[in-house]
Design a protein around this ligand. Structure first.
Ligand code: PLP
Length: 458
């Protein structure tokens, strides 16, 4: 592991924070065990050993699921805020961290082109952020259906159930994008209230054609919610993406609501999601009159525009610090990190296409930084078995990949097959989220080849 800068950063910043409260009389902590550093150290020793039972998410050879280590400045800022543990529900609970949340969220809104008006806040996750967006959508169009692609995150269907709104999944095409004919067939029925467009699907990073969906909006009149929990930050490098993804990203400012997860690509610890509304007047739906919340000023309390009550002020502090260090601008250092991830994905895809042992997606190269591939075999069960074998053999070589079920007709050997749900194979998947993945691609490739050979030799 590279040297961790967080302990030294935190020690200095903790002194600076303590100085802010030096006027207060000293006191001893009465909490049991709180001064017994030897006993606490013993416990932490066991905690460290227990935490060893994890995949090494921080290492470039972890190239499996959507896990990206938080930036050291985010970890330090989060831990520093823990001295106070502010609650961003109300200004009484977290004055500074609420102000930081408003600033950080405004910067995210600006990234999407909402420089002036918007309403938004952090949430504990993308799921909660999507829940709020669909809740507002349901308030605006009660009883009307929510429509998303079959590749949309499973949470939309479940959330719709919680909100008692009907959800319809429309077909995805062989690129994993929402099929526009299938969408229009639903819209013609006249009862669709909201279309969920996913920019960066969880399985393969596909980008729904948001610009085309917005084109249909004029004809059929519905709300457009963009789930960019995974892919939102790629707005910063939209001009470097292939068409039609580029056009979809450039259309984001015309959406009605957007969800993005700073705890995915935004270098934040869990839980940090974010929901944004283009029309700030939707804040009226959140109105509550709680006798428990003591409002000390006429200023906005974030709890007035959030479904969650207590929220981690530390999450806002960490995000604010990260954006201060790495502003969300095209051509900036943060954007450069996304470019590395994308370059790594394109290079892995290029190698897979040149190797007869593997099959890449027939539709073309990855749209973001997620690569999926099938193992060449005579039939689907054999291909799936090879994917499992390679997955396990690579883990033994410290290369951690992921598995995903994909329709066979997304691959060249499956062209012409009818896309029955059971017509699927287990494939390998790699989410190349870390900027280090680009320079580690040779090592990743060598281990993949060795794992593939080893699993076949069994
Ligand atoms: C991860 C993800 C979600 C869910 O977000 P959580 O933060 O895990 O709750 C929703 N939609 C998409 C597209 C995602 O990738």
């Amino acid at each position: 592991m590279p040297a961790d800068p967080v302990p030294a950063l935190l020690a200095r910043a903790t002194e600076a924070l303590e100085a802010q409260f030096s006027m207060l009389p000293p006191f001893e902590r009465a909490l049991a065990g709180a001064t017994d550093t030897r006993r606490m150290a013993d416990v932490l020793q066991v905690v460290a050993e227990r935490l060893g039972d994890n995949y090494p998410y921080f290492h470039p050879l972890y190239a499996g699921q959507m896990l990206k280590p938080p930036h050291p400045v985010a970890r330090a800022a989060y831990a520093l805020a823990m001295t106070l543990n502010p609650n961003n529900h109300a200004l009484d609970g977290g004055r500074a961290s609420s102000a930081m949340e408003i600033e950080a969220v405004a910067e995210i809104a600006r990234m999407f082109g909402w420089a002036e008006a918007h309403l938004g806040h952090l949430t504990s996750s993308g799921t909660l952020a999507n829940l709020e967006a669909l809740w507002v959508a349901g308030q605006l169009a009660p009883g009307r259906r929510i429509v998303g692609s079959e590749q949309a995150h499973y949470t939309h269907q479940r959330i719709s159930g919680v909100l008692k709104l009907e959800f319809t999944a429309v077909a995805a095409d062989r690129c994993g994008r929402m099929d526009m004919d299938a969408l229009e067939a639903q819209l013609r029925k006249g009862d669709v209230g909201t279309v969920v467009a996913t920019l960066g699907t969880t399985a393969i990073g596909a980008v729904d054609p948001l610009d085309q969906i917005l084109g249909l909006q004029q004809r059929y009149g519905f709300r457009v919610h963009v789930d960019a929990a995974y892919g939102g930050y790629f707005r910063l490098i939209a001009d470097l993406l292939d068409e039609p993804a580029r056009r979809a990203y450039l259309a984001m400012e015309r959406a009605d609501s957007i969800v993005i997860d700073p705890h995915k690509h935004g270098l934040q610890p869990y839980g940090c999601g974010c929901v944004l509304f283009r029309d700030p007047t939707v804040g009226r739906f959140y109105k509550h009159d709680s006798p428990y919340t003591y409002f000390t000023s006429g200023e906005l309390h974030l709890g007035e525009i959030s479904l969650e009550c207590s929220r981690a002020g530390a999450a806002a502090v960490a995000l604010w610090a990260t954006q201060r260090l790495l502003p969300l601008v095209s051509g900036g250092e943060f954007a450069a990190g996304l470019q590395c991830s994308r370059a790594a994905a394109l290079e892995l895809d290029r190698r897979l296409r040149g190797d007869a042992r593997f099959e890449a997606l027939a539709a073309g190269r990855p749209e973001l930084d997620i690569v999926v591939w099938k193992l060449a075999a005579d039939d689907a069960p054999q291909s799936s078995a090879r994917a499992h074998g390679t997955f396990e053999a690579s883990a033994l070589r410290d290369l951690h990949l992921a598995l995903v079920q994909l329709p066979l007709n997304w691959f060249i050997s499956g062209v012409g097959r009818v896309g029955k749900p059971e017509d699927r194979a287990t494939c390998l998947r790699s989410v190349l989220m870390k900027p280090e993945h680009e320079s580690w691609l040779d090592a990743i490739w060598d281990k993949l080849i060795a794992s593939c050979a080893a699993s076949e030799g069994e």
